[in-house]
Ligand binder design. Sequence first.
Ligand code: COA
Length: 163
Amino acid sequence: MDPSYNLRKFEPKDLHQVMSINRRCLPENYSESFFISLYKNFPETFIVAEKDGTVVGYIMCRIESGFSSIGFSPFSLSKKGHIISIAVLPEHQRKGLGRALIEKALETMTKFYNAKICYLEVRVSNEPAIRLYKKVGFEIQRTIRGYYADGENAYIMSRRIQS
Ligand SMILES: CC(C)(COP(=O)(O)OP(=O)(O)OC[C@H]1O[C@@H](n2cnc3c(N)ncnc32)[C@H](O)[C@@H]1OP(=O)(O)O)[C@@H](O)C(=O)NCCC(=O)NCCS
């Protein structure tokens, strides 16, 4: 990551900047209360990237408990990190921020919540994001037809974080 950027935990004062990045970069937008509930429940995995005091990217995640079919016995109950949303402003893309945000989130999912795997949904047409996820070790597991509001299919991608 370019050294003029730094990563830190989300704070409530960042809410409007994060919502504005979300609206600019993605068609999936959420209410204030949704962002705040993720922050309250999983503060360690809501991370922002900033430059000169301005937020330019974020990642927010949820930790879920469930039976995992990815590399585990079908009967093992484990914690899973779920990447809910990640975005970097266009003028700050391709500087390693997306990768750094994911790597930090994976680290904190394990360290603070003992997550064993991480998964996410991505539009099948979202080549930049799919390339990024593959680069940090995610693999396509399956397709969910018509997952998005406009009918587009999603890939579920996942990777193991710890054995
Ligand atoms: C996906 C996104 C978060 C990537 O952020 P980023 O900061 O540009 O990512 P990085 O600079 O860390 O890129 C890491 C690697 O991902 C791949 N990648 C990222 N953007 C790419 C693009 N536009 N085209 C091709 N590959 C791309 C490359 O392999 C890149 O490595 P390289 O620059 O050394 O070639 C950013 O494009 C974005 O915010 N997109 C809009 C929101 C979105 O789609 N979010 C994901 C929803 S599931």
